[in-house]
Design a binder for this molecule. Structure first.
Ligand code: 26R
Length: 821
């Protein structure tokens, strides 16, 4: 430690300034005068990273102790968002570094702006992984995140003429100061080829895999610091490269171009994140990505464990591996292969180790989103894993037959292989069978998992199933995003709420204090002004900060029902058109979110939102009382301005479809009230904040199922509701599309003749709930009370609570405090 004192770890103002200047010169190679904004950002980032390294090295030393258990979070996505500001907050150096920058003549906000966010995820699942890394470190749990270092993360979204246009995300273009490449930590990953039986020295039957090609994985490490603790865990992301031997062989036969081809081919594996939050049918590269990062990660753990002198039969007492959805589920077969083929273990002990090591989190109930891979594709890429899966399946189905004699229908339903038509490997079944714990992400979701999607598995092994309601980190989503509110809260109850948000309850006793309510409104108004400014910059639209900010930001998806929100807007518009004196509550409707590039309907919903916006925003009868905004390129970076500015949070998915939702939590923690269905974690949010502080509407999951069963007829709802008819007529007449009646007919037809997500069935109830929202908003004192109570009662939804539950019930791990001496 001493070597660092007075060096770059010096935390004094003077030390920070010196380190910063050194980085401008020695790292960026600039005199201060010639430094670009990026040079200055990089120098500041390195200054902050220097502060992390000491903690990081001490934490990694702990990871190398034989007697402690490490959590290994396997996820194809980590949607981290910008690091700089977050690290400053967690270090407790925000104010000092801001001042240092200021004294150097720099505006720290401008430097924050310069950071490209690592958008290595699609939405909820990837952002959850990032929140969990924050909480693991904050709770001082030794943990590693393992994933893929995509060269291109989620695409950047531009809105052109009302349509979504995608641009590649070049987040690494200007360098990434937060990662450290570890070119000496590499593994070989094999693909294709065939297997071959042989006898080992003891004359035992063994199998070896003779692959067709090999790719190299290189580790890139990013430090993940906890809040005000010394624990600094690491996120290890793998980049694919060509193995050296390719170039060498090609060189020998003089095929230089062939060698370069091979190199490009290998590097393809980690080029790009698939931007779908829907199944990717049979895309070989996607399956290669999954195996690639899982194999590197497991090889890494086995290497670390052996280095400690560990005996592989006790592997599960050193590592608890969590599968973030089924994307890394092939890890079950890969760990078996490593133990049995590569380390000579027998099947039964290896299987016990495997099951004790893995836990599986399910994140979706949508049947079409359950991952399955064609057997031909799978076996072609992973012939040995295919054999292992068949063997797991054979043994497992024997157990099923034992427990349920004569029930061959059940055996077919539970098989790891779907043989009803073309044959598929069912990844959720593999994950379920190979794990000791299976969890859903909200109470309702876990119940539906047990009753529907994984019912047979629950019947056979109920002890595996448990719920872990999602949570989000209050560091990024309150402290960092909403400094005004954080200051107000801390002024009242002290700052301990940041690590122990149960303490927010102590705000309840101030709800009747008019001065406090006044300040609460002032903070919200300030946040709305900030968002209004950003909306003007990004869209040119002027919005009124005193209007109600009604916001829906999330991926575009029919089940999330952004178009139900649009139907409400059109209904209000129609009332105004019918009677311009109609007393509408002034509102700004804000949407944000990306559509999967190949998702036709979702893209058309974006176009609809923008088309309605064009009409409503310029109609003189409306006279500015309603505004509609599509905020382009919703991501972690600009989420910071969106959640804190919301009055109303739209959580309106069809009941039973949204596993949990986490945006719902981010809004409510920032004092927005929710209008929502009984879906995902909405149910629990409403329980916590109180029914009287939540605008509930719509069918229950049970209603949805029974309606579906009895033959849902959207037309019946259409016929019996004149206001709904008028809304649909506005769209289909071409009113929002310059007379073009075709543009939105796919949307309208889908609603009238199919309506899979039951918008028409919920329309009436939604309109009623929106009227109650208006009424409540008109009474600002009442609204403020409700807003305060929402914040005060959101403690449960901190990711710290979620992670504590995972640690206790699934991982069996304890905190290991880190000291710096
Ligand atoms: C198979 C495949 C390509 C794929 C399917 C589904 C990829 C991604 C998804 C999206 C799923 C896994 C997802 O993001 N689920 C979300 O997880 C959040 C965190 O638990 C939940 O809050 C959210 O409700 C759920 O949709």
């Amino acid at each position: 430690a001493d070597v660092c004192v007075g060096g770059r770890s010096d935390m004094s103002l003077e030390g920070l300034r010196r380190t910063f200047r050194e980085h401008v010169f020695y790292t960026q190679g600039r005199f201060p005068m010639g430094a670009s904004r990026n040079d200055l950002y990089m120098a500041l980032a390195y200054t902050v990273r220097d502060q992390l390294l000491h903690r990081w090295i001490r934490t990694v030393e702990q990871l190398g102790r034989e007697d402690i258990k490490i959590v290994s979070y396997l996820s194809a996505e980590f949607l981290l968002g910008p690091h700089l500001e977050n690290n400053l907050i967690n270090l407790g150096l925000y104010e000092d570094v801001r001042r240092t920058a200021e004294e150097e003549g720099l505006d720290i906000q401008v430097l924050f702006d310069q950071e490209e966010e690592p958008g290595l995820g699609n939405g909820g699942l990837g952002r959850l992984a990032a929140c969990y890394l924050d909480s693991l470190a904050t709770l001082e749990i030794p943990a590693m995140g393992y994933g893929i270092r995509y060269e291109f993360g989620i695409f950047d979204q531009e809105i052109r003429d009302g349509w979504q246009v995608e641009h590649t995300d070049q987040w690494l273009r200007l360098g990434n100061p937060w990662e450290i490449a570890r070119p000496e930590i590499t593994y070989h990953v094999n693909f294709g080829g065939r297997t071959e039986p042989y006898e080992d020295e003891q004359g035992r039957y063994r199998v070896r895999w003779i692959p067709y090609r090999t790719v190299k994985g290189v580790a890139y490490d990013t430090p993940i610091l906890g809040y005000r603790v010394n624990t600094c865990n690491l996120l290890r992301l793998w980049k694919a490269e060509a193995v050296e031997s390719f170039e060498f062989e090609a060189f020998n036969v003089g095929d230089y171009y062939g060698a370069v081809d091979q190199k490009i081919y290998s590097e393809n594996i980690t080029k790009v994140l698939y931007p779908n939050d829907e199944p990717i049918q049979g895309k070989q590269l996607r399956l290669e990505q999954q195996y690639f990062f899982v194999s590197c990660s497991l090889q890494d753990m086995v290497r670390i464990y052996k280095l400690l002198g560990g005996d592989l039969s006790r592997f599960s007492s050193h590592f608890a591996i969590q599968l973030n959805d089924t994307h890394p589920a092939i890890g079950v077969a890969e760990l078996m292969r490593l133990l049995v083929d590569e380390n000579g273990m027998d099947w039964e002990p290896a299987w016990e180790v495997t099951c004790n090591t893995f836990g599986y989190t399910n994140h979706t109930l949508l049947p079409e989103a359950l991952e399955k891979w064609p057997v031909d594709l799978f076996a072609g890429l992973f012939p040995r894993h295919m054999e292992i899966i068949y063997e797991i399946n054979r043994r497992f189905l024997d157990e099923v037959r034992n427990r349920f004699p004569g029930d061959e229908d059940r055996v077919a339903r539970m098989s790891l292989i779907d043989e009803s038509g073309e044959r598929y490997v069912r990844m959720a079944h593999l994950a379920c069978v190979g794990s000791h714990a299976v969890n859903g992400v909200a109470e309702l979701h876990t119940r539906l998992l047990k009753e529907e999607v994984l019912r047979d598995f629950y019947e056979m092994m109920p002890e595996k199933f448990n719920n872990k309601t999602n949570g989000v980190t209050p560091r990024r989503f309150v402290v960092l995003s909403n400094p005004g509110l954080s200051r107000l809260i801390t002024g009242k109850i002290g700052e301990t709420w940041v690590s122990r948000p149960e303490e927010l309850r102590r705000l309840e006793k101030f709800v009747d204090d008019p001065a406090f309510r006044e300040e609460w409104r002032r903070v919200k108004l300030e946040n709305k002004k900030n968002l209004a400014r950003l909306i003007r910059e990004r869209t040119g639209i002027e919005v009124d900060p005193s209007s109600m900010f009604d916001i829906q930001v999330k991926r575009l998806h029919e089940y999330k029902r952004q178009h139900l929100n649009v139907l409400h807007i059109i209904a209000l518009y129609n009332r105004i058109k019918q009677d311009p004196a109609y007393d509408v509550c002034p509102r700004t409707f804000i949407f944000g979110g990306k559509a999967a590039p190949g998702y036709f309907m979702a893209k058309r919903i974006i176009k609809l939102i923008n088309s309605v916006a064009d009409v409503v925003n310029h109609d003189s009868d409306v006279n500015g009382r309603l505004k509609v905004v599509f905020f382009p390129d919703f991501n972690v970076k600009n989420a910071k301005f969106i959640y804190p500015a919301a009055d109303l949070s739209e959580q309106i998915s069809t009941a039973g479809k949204e596993a949990s939702g986490t945006g719902n939590m981010k809004f409510s923690m920032n004092g927005a009230l929710t209008i929502g269905t009984l879906d995902g974690a909405n149910v629990e949010i409403r329980e916590e904040v109180g029914a009287e502080n939540f605008f509930l509407f719509g069918l229950t999951a049970e209603d949805v199922t029974s309606l579906q069963k009895n033959g849902y007829q959207p037309m019946e709802y259409y016929r019996s509701n004149p206001e709904l008819q008028a809304v649909i007529e506005r769209i289909s007449s071409g009113y929002f599309s310059n007379g073009d009646q075709e543009l939105f007919s796919p949307l309208v037809d889908s609603l009238l003749f199919h309506d899979t997500f039951m918008l028409l069935a919920d329309f009436g109830a939604y309109m009623d709930a929106q009227r109650q929202v208006e009424e409540a908003y008109r009474d600002q004192e009442r609204w403020t009370r409700m807003s305060i109570l929402n914040v005060a009662r959101m403690g449960k939804f901190s990711s710290d609570r979620a992670i504590r539950e995972y640690c206790k019930d699934i991982w069996k791990v304890e905190p290991v405090p880190v000291t710096l001496e």
